[in-house]
Design a protein around this ligand. Structure first.
Ligand SMILES: O=P(O)(O)OC[C@H]1O[C@](O)(CO)[C@@H](O)[C@@H]1O
Length: 532
């Protein structure tokens, strides 16, 4: 493996300042893309050439065995001793054994219970103490929030169920703003927490319960729990008929496919939710069977590795040209950074290369008027991953969609092509400038270009295609993780801050709390003073 990394680095150096445009021959636009199941991933506007691609493909040796182990239910999350089977939540007709036991009957049973409950809420068979459920509040954080929150927004054209709200932050402002204006008697509260111990979620859940208790006789009757810790949900006072459980082999950031997706199911209905699952399952089938060079997840992963580990670009921008995908960058931040932001390999040794990149983004065209300046003219290239649907949902606003798509394509073209000093000089000469002033002004208008981007093109954003996209990114993270030798399924890096927060809390209350550094103590004293 080290040899391949070295050869890739050497190859990159040998490319020198060659330009992406110079790689284009008659076939590059079709050779450097992958098409499968209606999705196109175009990576032709990158510096990946034939040699780079061959070397990158040499990295995927260990992926197939690890992938098969994952789908077979082996405990590939070795630091937590768990299987990794979120894929089982969307392949309902299959059979998977963990420790000799088929896990699928329980998965199917929970899915059927969820669907039945969602139907009853949607048709009024299950109602609140003041009548039909009008609003659903999902209380969760991280993977228990980002997936359904992202997907509910993405599938707005299919949303025909109760209004859906999401509360995640322990900042009381979040729940206060959300509950304001809601009627407790017609609101259903979902407490979504795999562990049912997360301090933010449990604090918000208690606040919601107090709010509900002021208005209805039996507040617990309008609560639902989604959790792996069914006992803890019962302790909170939620009837087991409204507890939808899942096993520890579903990681938080991979959990939207099962009970954690209940708010999505309530919003769009069980049939559309099943379409979402079918899209994910279709991507699983593609990932398991397509050759590496024709495999969407593999090539998306290799492009990421090329840009981050080989070219050394520290961040990756995800730029959906689809307003309804506005939460996808935040969703991918958790998926990618919590999964592959690790400094040691599975065996405990230091990683031989850097870990995963910083992932960020905003929908186009908004970002164009905010941070694209840096992307085009800053000193550090930012690989951009554009996502675009060929068709919008607003048939009467098709001209908007053409403009949206034109902007998306124009940005990737501009990033690659840039504008030379001579072109900038000609522009300034046209404006009547001459001499030193022409030169000065022209330099500000130069776009270096040669900045890489990829485009993921889909037909239209639907439950099915959203399922494909989410599963595609999951598998991309998986492939990158296997190549880096990382365990993509644990998250020990979030623990220390959580532990210290518990120890800082007494400091803020003015209680005895030894062991803190001078800066933390001084800041806490200031806060205490300001609070009076
Ligand atoms: O669903 P839970 O157990 O409340 O956890 C929420 C989130 O917290 C984390 O454990 C990180 O703190 C995430 O991995 C997870 O998605």
């Amino acid at each position: 493996m080290t040899q391949i990394w070295n050869r890739l680095q050497d190859h990159r150096k040998a490319q020198g300042d060659r330009r992406i445009e110079s790689l284009f021959d008659a076939d590059r636009a079709t050779d450097y893309r992958v098409q499968a199941d209606g999705l196109t991933f175009d990576y032709s506007k990158t510096m990946i050439d034939a040699d780079a691609r061959n070397l990158l493909l040499d990295l995927v040796g260990p992926v197939a065995a690890r992938r098969d182990a994952m789908f077979a239910g082996e405990r590939i999350n070795e630091t937590e001793g768990r299987a990794v089977l979120h894929t089982a939540l969307r392949n309902l007709s299959g059979s998977v054994t963990v420790d000799g036991q088929d896990v699928m009957p329980a998965v199917r049973d929970t899915h059927a219970r969820m669907s039945d409950f969602a139907r009853r809420v949607r048709d009024g068979g299950f109602s609140g103490q003041g009548g039909r459920i009008t609003d659903v509040v999902n209380i969760g954080i991280g993977g228990s929030d980002l997936g359904p929150a992202m997907a509910v927004l993405a599938l707005a054209p299919f949303h025909d169920g109760p209004r859906t709200h999401f509360v995640s932050n322990v900042d009381g402002a979040d729940i206060a703003d959300t509950l304001k204006g809601l009627d407790p008697a017609t609101t259903l509260v979902i407490v979504a927490s795999k562990t049912f111990t997360t301090i933010e979620t449990m604090t918000n859940a208690q606040t919601a319960r107090d709010w509900m208790a002021k208005a209805v006789a039996d507040p617990g009757a309008q609560f639902v729990a989604l959790s792996s810790a069914k006992g803890k949900a019962a302790e909170f006072g939620i009837d087991e008929a409204r507890v939808f459980g899942f096993e520890d082999w579903v990681g938080g950031r991979y959990s939207v496919w099962g009970p954690i997706g209940l708010s999505l199911m309530l919003a769009v209905g069980p049939d559309a939710f099943d379409e979402f699952l079918a899209g994910g399952a279709a991507m699983d089938a593609h990932f398991r069977t397509a050759e590496p060079a024709q495999n969407l997840a593999v090539m998306l992963a290799l492009t990421g590795i090329w840009h981050h580990q080989i070219c050394g670009y520290p961040t990756r921008a995800v730029l959906p040209y689809d307003n309804r995908l506005m939460r996808l960058p935040a969703y991918l931040q958790q998926l990618e950074m919590e999964s592959n932001g690790k400094r040691v390999a599975m065996d405990g040794s230091d990683l031989p290369v850097v870990s995963g990149p910083v992932v960020w983004g905003e929908p186009g065209t908004n970002g164009q008027h905010a941070f694209y300046q840096l992307i085009h003219q800053g000193t550090m290239p930012v690989p951009c991953e554009f996502i675009l649907a060929a068709r919008g949902h607003e048939a009467d606003l098709a001209h908007h969609h053409i403009l949206l798509a034109a902007n998306c394509l124009a940005q990737s073209e501009a990033l690659m092509r840039g504008r030379s000093l001579d072109e900038a000089r000609a522009l300034m000469a046209d404006k009547g400038l001459t001499g030193a002033e022409l030169e000065r002004q022209a330099r500000h208008r130069v776009f270096p270009g040669n900045r890489p981007s990829t485009t993921l093109l889909i037909d239209q954003l639907t439950p099915f295609t959203l399922g494909q996209i989410v599963a595609l990114y999951e598998h991309r993270v998986f492939v990158e993780g296997v190549i880096l030798g990382i365990n993509s399924f644990d998250q020990w890096g979030v623990e220390l801050g959580k532990e210290l927060a518990l120890q800082v809390e007494p400091l803020l209350k003015g209680e005895d709390a030894p062991g803190h550094d001078a800066s933390t103590e001084a800041l806490a004293a200031l806060i205490r003073g300001m609070r009076g």
